[in-house]
Write a protein that binds this ligand. Structure first.
Ligand code: ACO
Length: 325
């Protein structure tokens, strides 16, 4: 049976040039490089320059993905951009990227699922492509999370960073089997009862200000391990595979200990897990496409490889995607 699959044509990334180390943060709040490294695996993060917006980061990542794929912007029908830190309340940051790329056709909109945003955006784009409503899609995860951090709050300010990554997808015929190249499955979940454990205390309809991240870290950690296991099991179950079939785990990069627990669950050796959290920290919706671009760019991820992505974030939202690269 012939079906449409969303195949990966290329990917790209952009990180702001300014790097902030743990030692620099220790000069601002009561923390230490040792505490941050031991609890999270984070050593540094990139922070956007003043005036450098989420759309600027997104545009650089999108241009890099287009170059990588050898595709002209005019061939793109759809931009789905996952972000929690849009330039403005409206219009969607995706439309600024569309204009920046010189696109005069197609559709562009944002998705908000916080750290799960990229998996949500990938699922949405995949569905558009598989029903034939678009042929070529740019899926972007981009954040300037530094703008919604309270830099006096050591519980949160040490954890996050800024950046953007993009994936270019094109619909192509497959036979429906697990050896098809492309997105094989996506699984999305949410449970709004967990609002108070991870949220931003502002917004256009409540305070009229952007607000700051508030988090019960230990609770988020406890839920993350359970919910990510659910998302990973859903991908494995639907596709009839085992951990041994997975070439790369590309997890959302929140915390080294959460990532290790997923690796252990899948019995994956550390060398099959793409890790960027040490250098990028948690870039929310950008973390997975940044990691994909790094691992595809340095030749670790090869065409035909089976790549499992998983993420969990505010909402709570969580999910997974299995892609034959
Ligand atoms: N430096 C030094 N001490 C700190 C810091 C810091 N930056 N932050 C907190 N502490 C202190 C706390 O105040 C607490 O002190 P107390 O015992 O005197 O009250 C102590 O360290 C221990 O705090 P815990 O919360 O128990 O530390 P834990 O081992 O749980 O680590 C952490 C905290 C890193 C936040 C962890 O819970 C975590 O990673 N949770 C997941 C949060 C996350 O990833 N959020 C991102 C968004 S969701 C997502 O992407 C999955």
């Amino acid at each position: 049976m012939t079906i449409l699959r969303s195949q990966v044509l290329g990917c790209g990334a952009y990180l702001p040039s300014r790097i902030v180390t743990n030692a620099e943060l220790a000069e601002r709040v009561e923390t230490s490089d040792a505490w941050i490294t031991q609890r999270t695996g984070i050593r540094q993060r990139h922070i956007a320059a003043e005036g450098e917006l989420t759309s600027d980061l997104s545009l650089r990542a999108a241009e890099s993905a287009l170059r990588n794929a050898g595709i002209e912007a005019g061939e793109v029908d759809l931009i789905v951009l996952a972000t929690t830190t849009p330039d403005e309340t409206f219009p969607a940051t995706a439309t600024r990227v569309q204009a920046g790329l010189g696109m005069t056709r197609g559709m562009a909109f944002d998705i908000q699922a916080v750290c799960s945003g990229f998996v949500y955006a990938l699922a949405v784009a995949d569905n558009f492509l598989r029903v034939g409503q678009a042929r070529t899609a740019l899926v972007i995860g981009a954040e300037t999370f530094s703008r919604i951090l309270n830099w006096e709050d050591r519980n949160t300010c040490v954890l996050f960073g800024d950046g953007a990554g993009a994936l270019l997808l094109r619909a192509a015929a497959g036979d429906g089997g697990s050896h098809d190249r492309g997105v094989l499955s996506t699984h999305l979940f949410s449970d709004g009862r967990h609002h108070d454990q991870l949220y931003v205390d502002g917004g256009p309809s409540s305070t009229g200000t952007a607000g700051h991240v508030r988090m019960e870290g230990r609770e988020v950690f406890r839920h993350a391990v359970v919910k990510l296991a659910e998302a990973v099991d859903a991908a494995i179950g639907q596709n009839g595979i085992t951990g041994a079939d997975i070439d790369w785990l590309v997890p959302h990069q929140a915390n080294r200990r959460i990532i290790d627990s997923m690796g252990n669950r899948l019995h994956l050796p550390p060398e099959k897990i793409v890790l960027t959290v040490d250098r990028h920290a948690n870039t929310s919706a950008a973390s997975i496409p940044l990691a994909l671009a790094e691992a595809a760019g340095d030749g670790r991820i090869q065409p035909g490889h089976l790549v499992l992505m998983e993420a969990m974030g505010g909402g709570f939202t969580w999910g997974s995607a299995l892609v034959r690269w």
